[in-house]
Design a protein around this ligand. Structure first.
Ligand code: GLA
Length: 383
């Protein structure tokens, strides 16, 4: 994306001088469905991002234009409601949250473009929300703390997009750092950066190009199942407030007898929180094979126990498992489609993509997209 082109398009649409903002998509190396359970995650921001151009208006109106949808959406800061245009809700939801928290907004013109593939599980929606929060902060000099940009963005996803998501995606978009993975403790919100030294290997994303309709409702159901498990355990351990505080024996004793399915879901999360801690050690010690093995284990758990995978994702993970130049692979993000993340020897990437693309097409009649991603910095002004 080129800043000058962005400016020119904005000037053509709104005849005004914009502020430009970039906010990246994210990957997650390991630690899935742990964020809303007070556990750990290990995301990184990537070199695919959402770009926003914004300027003040004289009136109270909000004029949005989406490049991908080639569509305007017009409303007012005085009466913020959900739009019929779903893309606009990620933006309006953030404005609504800012107002809710007492920040004063005027009318604004807003243009959005980007190269984060939509529906691919790379958190394009979080990138839109964080770009919006940061852009409004800059435009109206609100002095919103960085952490609050992420929290407001998360809340907007919950209120205007209807997904009861955790904090991982928005945190990664705001706090990402080039060449670093973030190890975030979602209970204390403390984070450290771990250098992503991949020594001749690269992170390859394989996009199934499916997003099953189930995704959002199943996500909310899983979250509710985890909360149910916590409620049953906390009847016996009053200090327990999330699955982070729970171990497998507590689940065996107090959840399994009540509901086998809730038990299986909660067990996955407890194991995944533990797996991330081992994975962080492996990454710090340069043991990429160890990390890769844990990624395969995570996939197995997400597919068989947490049941958020799908046949397309399983196919792609199974296909790379026997290959000695793929150290690890798993589905990434909420599930039911999107991408797998793979650690692949650099010189084998082209051949692997070619081979898998034809196998995938044959099996599902679908195109396989692939991205060799680099990590990148979080939300910032774009010049
Ligand atoms: C989605 C949510 C995140 C997180 C992941 C699963 O990306 O937005 O908060 O829960 O799913 O790890």
């Amino acid at each position: 994306m080129n800043a000058q082109d962005l400016k020119t398009t904005f000037q053509r649409l709104f005849n005004a001088e914009p502020i430009l903002v970039r906010s990246p998509g994210r990957i997650n190396i390991i630690g899935e469905h742990t964020d809303y359970n007070g556990g750990f995650v290990m995301p990184a921001a990537i070199d695919k991002a959402i770009y926003v151009a914004i300027s003040k208006r004289e009136d109270d109106e909000i004029h949005l234009f989406s490049e991908s949808y080639q569509q305007f959406d017009i409303s007012s800061v005085k009466s913020l409601n959900k739009s019929e245009n779903s893309w606009a809700n990620y933006i309006l939801g953030v404005a609504d949250q800012l107002i809710e928290r007492g920040y004063r907004l005027g009318g604004f013109n807003f243009y959005i473009d980007g190269d984060v593939p939509l529906g691919a599980g790379l958190s394009s929606s979080a990138a839109v929300e964080c770009a919006t929060g940061f852009a409004l902060d800059q435009l109206f000099s609100l002095n919103v703390p960085k952490m609050d940009v992420a929290l407001i963005a998360q809340k907007a996803e919950q209120t205007f997009a209807g997904v009861n998501c955790g904090i991982m995606d928005q945190f990664a978009s705001v706090f990402g750092k080039k060449d670093q993975a973030i190890m975030l403790d979602c209970r204390s919100m403390k984070h450290i950066y771990i250098p992503l030294k991949l020594d001749g290997y690269k992170l390859l994303l394989l996009n199934t190009n499916v997003k099953h309709a189930l995704a959002d409702s199943a996500y909310n159901t899983r979250r509710a199942q985890c909360e149910q498990g916590v409620a049953w355990v906390s009847e016996h351990y009053p200090n327990v407030s999330t699955l982070r505080d729970v171990d497998l024996s507590m689940l065996e004793a107090h959840v399994k007898p009540k509901d086998e399915e809730v038990f299986t879901k909660c067990s996955f999360v407890v194991k995944e929180i533990g797996r991330l801690l081992t994975a962080a050690e492996q990454l710090e010690n340069g043991n990429l094979q160890g990390l890769g093995n844990l990624m395969f284990e995570t996939h197995e758990g997400l597919s068989k126990d947490y049941e958020v995978s799908c046949k397309e994702l399983d196919f792609l993970v199974e296909a790379v498992k026997p290959l000695d130049y793929v150290l690890g692979a798993r589905m990434m993000g909420g599930g039911f489609g999107g991408c797998t993340i793979n650690i692949v020897k650099e010189e084998k990437i082209a051949d692997l993509i070619e081979e898998l693309s034809s196998k995938y097409l044959l099996q599902f009649g679908l195109k396989l997209d692939s991205y060799t991603v680099q990590t990148d910095n979080g939300t910032s002004l774009f010049n």
